[in-house]
Design a protein around this ligand. Structure first.
Ligand code: ADP
Ligand code: MG
Length: 143
């Protein structure tokens, strides 16, 4: 498995790195984004979404498990799913299909706090781990 570690010095660099990853993903691919609160998971997803043509605001879903943005690539419409499983203690408590509502074969998906959903997620194309490295520095590992 290919693995890279990058240190970013601010949100703009994190967004640019995310954009590079996003351009390598295709429909049906899921990227898992792990890291503690405030590490920059949503910032990373925002950068990925911008690179995939999403113009609307990209923020962590608050009252739902996820949201779907309209993006585009090479003039073709492309949907992007953004999930945050932070409040999902177990999947068993939820509708069994809660992830399937968002993760479809046509969409590229980004999942924050992925641990609880990981066993149920097929087609994991990338695992991203973001760690604080002092101040605005973040160490970002992409596998
Ligand atoms: P999370 O989704 O992991 O809780 P957010 O992306 O919502 O994190 O917030 C990260 C915060 O850290 C933002 O306020 C962002 O501006 C700030 N920040 C500072 N340095 C960086 C960096 N190198 N990469 C990403 N975010 C950074
Ligand atoms: Mg977040």
């Amino acid at each position: 498995m290919r693995r890279s570690t990058t240190e970013t010095a601010g949100p703009v660099e994190t967004e640019a790195l995310a954009g590079e990853l996003a351009r390598s993903l295709g429909p049906g691919d899921v990227a898992l984004i792990a890291g503690e609160l405030g590490s920059g998971k949503t910032t990373f997803v925002r950068g990925a979404c911008r690179a995939l043509g999403v113009r609307e605001p990209v923020t962590s879903p608050t009252f739902t498990v996820g949201q779907v943005y309209a993006g585009e690539r090479a003039g073709e419409a492309l949907e992007i799913a953004h999930l945050d499983l932070y409040r999902l203690a177990t999947l068993a408590d939820e509708e069994p299909g809660v992830l399937d509502d968002y993760l479809t074969a046509e969409r590229i998906a980004f999942v924050e706090w992925p641990a609880v959903g990981e066993p149920a997620i097929e087609r994991v194309a990338a695992r991203v781990e973001i760690a604080h490295a002092g101040g605005d520095l973040r160490r970002i590992e992409i596998a």
